[in-house]
Design a protein around this ligand. Structure first.
Ligand code: ADP
Ligand code: MG
Length: 357
């Protein structure tokens, strides 16, 4: 197992171009040994490129990669001791499930008894015990992907297990169970896991630390809570959470934030602001209703009230702007208008799309 570190790593696929386009813009980052990470971002943002640089399938056009402080930038994939699981299963169809799982260990010449113990243990975890002697060819797509996953997990000596959207072909119920299994494996064997996904729920339920990417850049690294409560850019604010964060253009004058015809109190020292490109964001989960005006409240018209079973979502309007509010399902709203309390410690202030407070 290893601590993985990128120092000014960047990558362009076309290095002959006059102005290379970065699939991954240069950055530095480290992944702690034994950590459970998710790489989250929309399609094309550079997740697979980053993963392939870790495994050595791609040599970065700039910068250096370190495993446990050793520069391995030019070390071949086979010598990096990385297990990589791809989006679609990569298995030996002519072999049994057992032999597929045993293969990585046989290659490394582990004893028969160690192999048997380890394969059975991983098969048990992945619910493959009942098909352990079957030919891999006859299995379903789900089961084949479980084998791919299993082959990454049988090895205790790996520097990290990298998974590139590995559960795409797996049905949602099993997905949920597998994520839990992966967490168990991570805490039992302390294997560094890096899990790539474009699905925020997958990332949030799996990882201790999420690395959010956008257009070849890392935009935030943090826990689910940090990403949810203090998104560092408006992109993260939109990308994380459902519904996305409510975000509005605003301005600041006399230590107050001006949102349409309303004035809100803020903590921020406005001296730090250098431009007019200001936005304020607030999560629909952090807004309270009031039937009378209070500090930092805005008066809104309620346009719709949707019942999602475990919560209700109000869509409200002020100054031709829409604001969404999540309320408890027991809460009854009968009036046509209400006051929304936008507490100052829940407001996120963005200048040029970046969080400043
Ligand atoms: N082999 C390649 N050659 C040229 N461009 C590529 C190649 N692979 C990926 N790209 C480009 O690099 C960018 C990042 O791609 P990728 O890392 O696959 O993103 P993701 O995994 O987040 O969908 C995209 O713009 C993609 O088109
Ligand atoms: Mg990809």
């Amino acid at each position: 197992m290893a601590k993985i570190e990128f120092k000014n790593v960047g990558h362009s696929y076309d290095q002959t171009a006059k102005h290379p386009v970065y699939a991954l813009k240069p950055f530095s980052l480290s992944w702690e040994d034994g950590g459970r990470y998710a790489l989250l971002g929309p399609s094309g943002c550079g997740k697979t490129t980053m993963l392939n640089i870790i495994s050595g399938l791609i040599t970065p056009s700039e910068g250096n990669v370190f495993f446990n402080d050793q520069n391995i930038t030019s070390v071949k994939t086979e010598q990096r001791n990385i297990a990589q699981v791809f989006q679609f299963p990569v298995i030996y169809n002519t072999m049994s499930v057992y032999d597929n799982l045993a293969f990585p260990l046989k290659c490394r010449k582990f004893s028969e008894s160690h192999i048997r113990k380890k394969v059975n243990e991983v098969a048990e975890i992945l619910n493959l015990s009942s098909v352990i002697d079957s030919g891999a060819k006859r299995l379903t797509a789900d089961q084949k992907q479980l084998i791919s996953l299993g082959r990454g997990l049988v090895r205790e000596d790996v520097a990290a297990v990298l998974m590139d959207e590995p559960l795409t072909v797996i049905d949602p119920d099993l997905k949920f169970k597998l994520r839990r299994k992966l967490k168990e494996i991570n805490s039992k064997y302390k294997t560094t896991l890096i899990y790539v996904t474009h699905d925020q729920n997958e990332a949030m339920t799996f990882a201790e630390k999420i690395i959010v990417m956008d257009s070849g850049q890392i935009v935030q690294r943090g826990s689910s809570k940090e990403l949810f409560e203090r998104p560092s850019t408006t992109f993260v604010a939109y990308f994380i959470g459902s519904p996305a964060m409510n975000i509005f253009n605003c301005s600041i004058a006399n230590n107050e934030l001006i949102l349409g015809k309303f004035k809100l109190k803020i903590d921020k020292n406005p001296d730090q602001i250098t431009s007019n490109d200001l936005k304020v964001g607030i999560r629909s989960e952090f807004i309270d209703l009031s039937d009378k005006p209070k500090e930092n409240s805005i008066h809104v018209k309620i346009k719709s009230n949707e019942d999602f079973g475990n919560y209700k979502l109000l869509t409200c309007e002020f100054d031709n702007l829409e604001i969404k509010v999540k309320i408890k399902r027991e809460q009854n709203v009968t009036s046509e208008t209400t006051y929304l309390i936008l507490s100052k410690n829940r407001l996120c202030l963005y200048e040029k799309e970046k969080l400043i407070n």
